[in-house]
Design a binder for this molecule. Structure first.
Ligand SMILES: *Cc1c(COP(=O)(O)O)cnc(C)c1O
Length: 420
């Protein structure tokens, strides 16, 4: 890497920083080194690449400017002047940090305003903003279900829904991806043994780009008295005229727990839950990641509010990322995109790394996705389309992908069998 490209000086080996001499290797370091070597052999070692995003589309990495198809900044709002102005104004007035948990002194009025705006957009009575989407899921799930309860979770649900699941003593059943008949089968067999049941799914699946059958799941939840929770991190701002996948499923589809993030299409940072007033009050009283974690900084809330202004007033913008993704899938003869996310499964981690390197050589940043983020044998290229991608660049990308991946595989092999 050309270190002169970066404003900070890096130690090339990342070892003896600042001239401090380090203690010799003990069991802890040898544990870490051996583990890393093992991951390296399996092509699963991960490395951070310094990434400079100077606008919502281009990234400079290793001294090279690449057109990114890997950002979740679907509406390119991270660099929108209205969001920057709102964040800067909030910093000037209120400072940088929120100072404490929201239950102590960190409950800035901008957070209440943001919650009211999210509830309005999602058509729920109330909302709760968390420090991040991950924190939201890790807090919500154990607040709602415990020892005598049951969790049903899509096998491909996001890692942080699984994190929430692991923090709850509820009995967990994984169902086959987007398979409502499997959900029904489990409910028929198991429902009676449990008090409350929480069904967890992504609204838009983060690594597959497909959408949950929310209408069918909501009907099953109504019939078997279960609580449906959809994680719409990749739906807000880009599906259902910007209102997300529950809205897209239909006004009559009841999704009582609508969770999401402010860090993707919204372009800021933070997580949220939209739900009824009593549920939100309970979450604010009991969710440990809400109670024991510092409130979101005012600037992040101000930027998110500015983003919601844009999303609510510009439905044409919210439709663009999906339209762009569909140009790409049409060009390559892939199944029509259901969201701005398009996966191209190549199989092995090595093949995914190789394909990504070929695309980088042609000026495109497409980060390969490997296990454990996706099931073994389903390593893939994951393309994320944004409103600002130009059609001719999408065609150039499609051509480069054909060359890089030669024999395009479109079918996702069956993931590991569900366990209960
Ligand atoms: C990114 C993501 C999250 C986590 O949100 P953060 O705000 O980035 O912590 C949660 N769920 C899904 C489906 C995601 O893709």
């Amino acid at each position: 890497m050309a270190q002169s490209d970066w404003p900070i000086s890096l130690n090339p080996k990342g070892t003896a920083l600042h001239g401090v001499s380090l203690p010799t290797m003990g069991t802890l370091d040898s544990f870490a080194s051996e583990k890393l070597a093992e991951l390296e052999r399996a092509h699963l070692r991960r490395r951070l690449a310094l990434s400079l995003r100077e606008d919502g589309l281009w990234i400079t990495r290793n001294g090279k400017r690449l057109l990114s198809f890997s950002c979740n900044d679907y509406l390119n709002l991270t660099h929108h002047p209205a969001l920057k102005t709102a964040a800067i104004a909030a910093i000037e007035r209120y400072g940088v940090g929120s100072g404490a948990s929201r239950l102590v002194t960190g409950n800035h009025p901008l957070l209440a305003e943001l919650e009211a705006r999210l509830a309005r957009l999602k058509r729920t009575a109330a909302a709760c903003v968390f420090g991040s989407g991950y924190l939201a899921n890790a807090g919500i799930v154990p607040t709602l279900v415990g020892k005598e309860d049951m969790i049903l979770i899509d096998e491909l649900a996001h890692a942080c829904l699984y994190a929430g699941t692991q923090l709850s003593p509820a009995r967990t059943f994984r169902f086959r991806h987007n398979d409502s008949s499997h959900v029904e089968e489990i409910l028929r067999k198991e429902r009676a043994r449990f008090r409350n049941v929480l069904l967890l799914t992504d609204g838009v699946f983060s690594m597959d780009g497909d959408r949950a059958p929310l209408r069918a799941l909501a009907a099953l939840c109504a019939a078997h008295e279960c609580w449906l929770m959809a994680d719409d991190a990749h739906g807000l701002g880009v599906i259902g005229a910007g209102r997300g996948s529950a809205a897209a499923a239909g006004a009559d589809v009841h999704v009582p727990l609508q969770m999401g993030t402010l860090s993707k299409a919204i372009g800021s940072y933070g997580g949220y839950l939209c739900a009824s007033a009593p549920v939100i009050d309970l979450v604010k009283t009991r969710a440990r990641t809400f109670v024991y974690s510092t409130g979101l900084p005012p600037a992040s809330a101000a930027a998110a509010i500015a983003a919601l202004d844009i999303i609510e007033t510009d439905p044409a913008l919210t439709a663009k990322p999906l339209a762009k993704a569909r140009r790409f899938t049409a060009r390559l003869g892939l199944p029509e995109a259901e969201s701005p996310i398009v996966p191209l499964v190549v199989g092995s981690a090595e093949a995914a790394l190789d394909a990504a390197a070929k695309l980088a050589a042609e000026g495109f940043l497409v980060v390969p996705i490997r296990p454990p983020t996706v099931p073994a044998g389903t390593a893939r290229l994951r393309f994320a389309f944004t409103a600002g991608h130009r059609d001719d660049d999408i065609l150039r990308l499609a051509n480069a992908v054909s060359r890089a991946v030669g024999d395009i595989r479109t079918e996702v092999p069956a993931p590991c069998p569900p366990s209960s």
